[in-house]
Design a protein around this ligand. Sequence first.
Ligand code: NAP
Ligand code: NAG
Ligand code: NAG
Length: 433
Amino acid sequence: MARRSVAVVGAGALLASSLSSQSFAVPRAADVTKAQAAQVHVGTSEASQVASSQLGFATVASAAVAAAGLAATRRGSRVAASRADTSRVVCAAGNSGKKRCLVMGGTRFIGCYLVAKLREQGHDVVVCNRGKTNGGKPEPLPGVSDADYQQMLSGVSVLVADRKDPAQLKAALAGAGKFDIVFDNNVRKLAEVQPLVEGVQSTGGCEQFILMSSAGVYGPTDVLPLSEENPGDPNSRHKEKLQCEQYLDSQGMNWTSIRPVYIYGPLNYNPVERYFFDRVTRGRPVCIPYDGKYITQLGHCEDLADFMIKCIGNPAVKGQVYNISSEEYVTFDGMAKLCAQAAGMAEPKIVHYDPKSVEVPDGFPKAFPFRGMHFFASIEKAKRDVPDWMPKFSMLEGLRSSYQQDYLARGFDKQQPDFRTDELILSKSMSAA
Ligand SMILES: NC(=O)c1ccc[n+]([C@@H]2O[C@H](COP(=O)([O-])OP(=O)(O)OC[C@H]3O[C@@H](n4cnc5c(N)ncnc54)[C@H](OP(=O)(O)O)[C@@H]3O)[C@@H](O)[C@H]2O)c1
Ligand SMILES: *[C@@H]1O[C@H](CO)[C@@H](O)[C@H](O)[C@H]1NC(C)=O
Ligand SMILES: CC(=O)N[C@@H]1CO[C@H](CO)[C@H](O)[C@@H]1O
């Protein structure tokens, strides 16, 4: 069994305060100066073990790395980096099939499902973020008991770093030691993936690097479904995600890129299904652009996380790109009707309008959650290469889960949504009629 060294440098106060309390506090990234980073254990199980070795330079060899704090001093980071070098091992989490996984982000929506599923399979997880969202740790999934949530967290550590600060991210990674699997869940820019790759390489590289891209990279096309062979749209705001794939390839990373279409499900912070629920539960008309017949596609967050997990150890996914979503395609009007059905409401009144005739003033909510174009992808390649994966959720079942476990559970039905944009659209379409 490989031993891993974890440098704990002058971080006694931080460890003592964070590990002794269930409530868990991570330093804000703003308080973490350049080249300084701290990794904090989220759970409580190994607290005493680490707390007892907290002062000065300590080596902790335990099955689950409990915590590491890195001092900001130059000397500290240098020592930490050399320590990380000596801890290079073939598989960071040993030979049991268990992996040590880094999840970039990991505190909201997709990241929470991914972390929970990794833990279900017994993997160790380190989430890397600035500690701004949800105190740096994954949110509980809906319906999970507090005991199960704490059990899940007991195998999760937080590496606090701002990935927009390359030196800080690299120092944090060097101190955290080797990872088997890297899930880059929140990359937007090429300049954000480079220090991550360099940091991972400084500890001996990883087995697999799984990149969260987006179907938004595809250009408009006359032939559907969108496919991996579609040329990327060089003008897309997601275009740097394509450069990230090329960069990973050029660095010899064992990469896989996932391009989800729209993602929905409980914990979605984007008002996608909520846009429709807000209206159908209040008996309001749903304003839908054009004639409502554009076809789009949504994938459930659990199905996406399930695919990500099933990439682990699968040789077929090396250097491959996958469009991931559900099996169904749905029109804009169909989405309104399905959301009403999922919420147990009557069929909604739909008002079509020409979006070019409505200018949404600054500060008003977005008029509609989908692009005004057909937007759907075939998931045949994903099903072929990862044969034990297929989407479990039909649209209707998935929307029911969103309505019950999220919309009602979090009290969105009791809130007062901002309908100013609707009012504007409705007044225009009345005067046009
Ligand atoms: N939602 C969709 O329909 C959809 C569709 C296709 C693709 N995608 C892709 O799915 C991915 C996942 O999206 P998501 O919404 O789950 O995550 P996200 O919004 O991209 O990222 C949120 C996470 O990243 C952390 N974070 C943000 N800025 C950071 C920084 N500078 N340094 C370190 N950590 C930082 C946040 O924590 P802190 O704030 O604490 O740092 C949080 O944990 C994205 O890449 C998105 O493009 C989404
Ligand atoms: C890439 O990852 C897959 C899945 O773990 C593995 O089977 C394969 O051997 C890896 N390839 C390289 C070159 O590391
Ligand atoms: C083309 C297609 O049907 N889509 C899937 C996703 O991407 C490619 C493109 O066709 C694969 O061949 C899959 O079958």
